[in-house]
Design a protein around this ligand. Sequence first.
Ligand SMILES: NC(=O)c1ccc[n+]([C@@H]2O[C@H](COP(=O)([O-])OP(=O)(O)OC[C@H]3O[C@@H](n4cnc5c(N)ncnc54)[C@H](OP(=O)(O)O)[C@@H]3O)[C@@H](O)[C@H]2O)c1
Length: 275
Amino acid sequence: MDIQNKNIGVIGTGNMGESIIRGLIQFAKLNPTNVHAADIDEKKLNAIKDQYKIKTYSNNKNLLNEVDIVLIAVKPQQIEEVLHEISTQDKKYILIISVAAGIKTSLIEKSIGKEISVIRVMPNICATVNAAVSALCKGKHATDESFHLATTIFKSIGQVVEVKEELMDVVTGLSGSGPAYIFLAIEALSDAGVELGLTRDISTILAVQTTLGAAKMILDTGDHPSVLRDKVTSPGGTTIRGLAVLEEQNFRAALIDAVKAATERSRELSSQKKS
Ligand SMILES: NC(=O)c1ccc[n+]([C@@H]2O[C@H](COP(=O)([O-])OP(=O)(O)OC[C@H]3O[C@@H](n4cnc5c(N)ncnc54)[C@H](OP(=O)(O)O)[C@@H]3O)[C@@H](O)[C@H]2O)c1
């Protein structure tokens, strides 16, 4: 099934909804007439309409009449109302996608009350610069074809992986919260440069480009990070002296514990929601 001739409706045009719309039009090269967006915030909607030349709706039901695929990008506490609106439609949608954190596919299926393909996705904020990583998991009735469509949509904002639904909290703790860990690391590297005499601008670009370049080296070579680390660590040199301090200060353990703590918090939050 090809995405190009499908009508996709994005409900909620905030940070995530807008990033997906941009990805669909600029990167997946969808015809703007096939992309539809609804939001309760008319100002936001008008800005989206002006920028992407797509059809917009201030009433979700009007969008739901026009589309084959529904992508829900409202906050988790706002999803119940949207699911209720979908459940009242006679139309059989090819696919329902939700990016709402902590909302299980079983809740979506139960609320809609029909055997329908549901895919749950956990993207991250890097979608705003087209460099997200999105983890996808299938609901009970999701077909391989619908999964392929969802994959195509999320490849338009970055990379995609498939995980089992019980691992979505781990994804949240790692790549969902992960940008904040990296922002903190970059800020600390930049602070060190400033303390040692570099200007803030120069120090920050050195820290940022080093982070980007190191990540690109892992992606491009496919090497394990420890192999690349070994390659830049000469005997008796500067890097091993710096690495020794990071080990002494439990840098590695701190990151592992941060991901575990964020995962635990994600589990607590999702267990407070119905399933
Ligand atoms: N942002 C991220 O980095 C990120 C990462 C992973 C997953 N997510 C998930 O993505 C979803 C959206 O997050 P976001 O950061 O994009 O939120 P957001 O900026 O608040 O966007 C949500 C939009 O939906 C609108 N809305 C609320 N109720 C609605 C309804 N009934 N019908 C139509 N539109 C409605 C909101 O309007 P008002 O502002 O007027 O309420 C807002 O414009 C969340 O479920 C979140 O868990 C976000």
